[in-house]
Design a protein around this ligand. Structure first.
Ligand SMILES: [Fe+2]
Length: 420
């Protein structure tokens, strides 16, 4: 990647023109540096980020579970129990305050917080504004995107030169950030680069991206990379868009569910009855009865069944909004609850069953619930999706109240609703 220099330092607007060009010429093709990017994502101040970190850390301390945080000392990952001891605290007062406390203990540390934005739902639209445009132009990820915050004074990425199965957008919050990249072909010829921390002789063949707060860097999933710093403090948002799930896997996953359901109990047999395994000459031409029955099932699949299977999988997939997790809520729903959508951008998705007229599927955050069309849930969901605040009891019918409340509770647990 020695030749093509990063893009020139002109203030960049992430408008339609930018995204069209990005999708056509940059995405999964080459690295890019944009100076002074105008994006909501960069509007979050370091004070707000510190507040989010403390909020998340407080929750981890309360649950005695540091999941979501990783801590590296001199490139080595700390044990879970130790991570809880080094998380940001309110008394640190700021990112720099936290850094001062850490620096005194660790000359080289790195704190990684995955999915920090999930802590504060109000800040989530800043991220989804960006990802919505990205997906509109390059396609919805078959896997997901992950947003993480990296902070510390580490001189090199703790795991050395590496490659991930994701394209990365990097947004520095504090400090200057340098990323060194190599083409996959070069690393193939120079395998010693894999996990390397010392690579002076390979620097000539690398491309160096340098970004500061307000800028954005991007590199494709094929780029081998390492972050470098001079040992001063830096904090960076990193959005990884995973590209390791091809369409064929989506199709086979959906079909697997359908086939499992279709084959039913016969599919659980762990031995197969047969008449002859092969002829005297070794030819195999006879299918056991179990296979013949399965073939019949496949032949009898209707277009509606296939359509419903794929549509249901697709709905479940997009209900995650391209993320690995969606924040869930703990809210008990009764007929007396007044509810509204958690976010007007995050609708409860639904579809009519194609194989059963009186069946409707609802979906949020990957959770699929089935309901009767004759019930009141459909009306309630439409009103919620239109932005209304609704009294649950005014919609759900008394004849199927328990069942519909259960369905609504499942969608609520998945994070669909907020208190009015
Ligand atoms: Fe990486």
């Amino acid at each position: 990647m020695a030749k093509p220099p990063p893009s020139p330092a002109t203030p960049a607007l992430l408008d339609q023109k930018f995204w069209r060009n990005f999708a056509k010429n940059v995405w999964e093709k080459k690295a890019l540096v944009l100076k002074s990017v105008k994006s909501g994502l960069l509007e979050m101040t370091d004070a707000e980020i510190f507040e989010l970190l403390v909020l998340y850390a407080d929750r981890c301390r309360e649950l005695n579970d540091p999941t979501g945080f990783k801590f590296f000392i001199d490139g080595f990952k700390a044990e879970e129990g130790d991570v809880l001891q080094v998380l940001p605290e309110k008394e640190d007062k700021s990112l720099l305050g936290y850094h001062t406390r850490m620096k005194a203990m660790f000359p080289d540390y790195c704190l990684v917080c995955d999915e920090l934005l999930q802590v504060n739902l109000k800040k989530q639209p800043l991220l989804t504004e960006f990802t919505d445009e990205l997906y509109r132009h390059v396609g919805f990820p078959n896997r997901f995107s992950e947003m993480g915050l990296y902070l510390g004074n580490y001189r090199k990425t703790p795991f050395g030169v590496h490659v991930d199965s994701c394209g990365v957008f990097s947004f520095p919050v504090a400090g200057v950030k340098r990323f060194r990249l190599w083409e996959p072909e070069y690393v193939k010829k120079n395998p010693s680069l894999d996990r390397a921390f010392k690579y002076d002789k390979h620097k000539k063949a690398s491309q160096l991206l340098e970004v500061k707060p307000g800028d954005m860097a991007y590199w494709p999933s094929s780029a081998w990379h390492i972050a470098e710093s001079d040992g001063s403090f830096s904090a960076t948002w990193s959005l990884g868009v995973w590209v390791d799930q091809p369409h064929k896997e989506m199709v086979s996953n959906s079909l697997k569910n359908l086939l499992n359901k279709k084959i039913g109990a016969a599919g659980n047999k762990v031995t197969t009855a047969f008449k002859n395994l092969h002829s005297g000459s070794g030819e195999v031409s006879e299918l056991p009865e179990a296979y013949r029955q399965s073939m019949e099932l496949l032949k009898n699949l209707t277009a509606e069944e296939l359509q419903e299977t794929f549509l249901k999988s697709w709905m479940q997939h997009i209900s995650m909004q391209g993320f690995k997790t969606i924040p869930s809520t703990a809210k008990k729903i009764t007929a007396k609850s007044e509810v509204r959508l958690r976010s007007e951008r995050s609708l409860i998705l639904w579809q009519q069953s194609l194989t059963s007229k009186n069946k409707i599927y609802f979906c949020f955050g990957g959770v699929l619930v089935e309901s009767k069309k004759s019930g009141g849930l459909m009306k309630l969901v439409k009103a919620l999706n239109a932005g209304e605040t609704c009294l649950v009891g005014a919609f759900l019918k008394s004849s199927s109240l328990t069942e519909e409340l259960d369905s609504l509770q499942a969608l609520t647990n998945a994070g669909a609703l907020a208190n009015s």
